[in-house]
Design a protein around this ligand. Structure first.
Ligand code: SF4
Length: 240
């Protein structure tokens, strides 16, 4: 087995992620099936993507010497742990920092690799274990995500060169109205950075019924933001 994972996608920019974290490296496979997922070719059939863009990454690292490389997917932690570590080490050997986008389910892997990561984005889908139950068969998934969040919080306390943020896609069936945002109070901590991402219906989503889900209006978003700011200091909106 190769010591490096197969890279199924590579992009110098993203429509929704901050430019400072470019480029973006995509690894195949995922342990969730979020209805609004737009990366489903990486999620459902990564083996059918007949590419390995590791040379593209190395060439980019050598020529452009980026400050950051973002590892996303799919879900990066579904990759063999040793291969993931080898990838992170390769990036760091070229002088770049690793930004990890994760759904947080594989908290053991996160614990094992976090010393190589400089920034992480934990995707918290919902404040309800029941919602998680609709996108995976594993009943303990919600607790696993919260464990990852604690690992990141601890790492940020121990290391000045590590930071993290929590991102939540404002998918109305998972979030409810502004009053329901208070459910997140049980799992979000005041000092965390929380990025709320507007849901935009799209026919290419994993569940095509998502194209009928009505996104929040600007007024709804303001109400959600106001409610979230009552218990988390640093909350922002993205993809609006
Ligand atoms: S949105 Fe992320 S966590 Fe959900 S299925 Fe897609 S890649 Fe996996």
């Amino acid at each position: 087995m190769s010591t490096l994972p197969r890279i199924v996608g590579f992009s110098e920019r993203s429509d929704i992620e901050p430019e400072e974290f470019a480029p973006f490296v995509f690894l195949g496979g995922c342990n969730l099936s979020c209805p609004y997922c737009i990366d489903h070719s990486f999620v459902l059939k990564p083996d059918e993507i007949d590419v390995d863009l590791i040379d593209t990454l190395v060439e980019y690292l050598e020529k452009k010497q980026p400050e950051w490389v973002t590892i996303t997917g799919g879900e990066p932690t579904c990759t063999d742990r040793e291969q993931l570590i080898a990838l992170f080490e390769l990036i760091r050997e070229h002088g770049a920092k690793v930004n990890l986008l994760t759904n947080g389910i594989k908290y053991v892997t996160i614990k094992k690799v976090i010393h190589l990561v400089s920034h992480a984005c934990l995707d918290l889908k919902s404040a309800s274990p029941l919602d998680y139950g609709t996108i995976t068969d594993v009943v303990t998934v919600f607790d696993q995500v919260i464990r990852s969040k604690r690992i990141m919080q601890q790492e940020a306390r121990n290391r000045e060169d590590f930071s993290y943020e929590v991102t939540t896609t404002l998918y109305p069936p998972f979030i409810g109205d502004a009053g329901d945002v208070y459910d997140f109070k049980q799992v979000m901590w005041e000092e965390e950075k929380w990025v709320l991402q507007q849901f935009k219906a799209d026919k290419s989503m994993l569940n095509q019924n998502c194209s009928y889900v009505v996104p929040y209006t600007e007024e709804d978003l303001e109400d959600i933001l106001e409610a979230a700011r009552e218990f988390v200091d640093d909350v922002s909106l993205k993809n609006v």
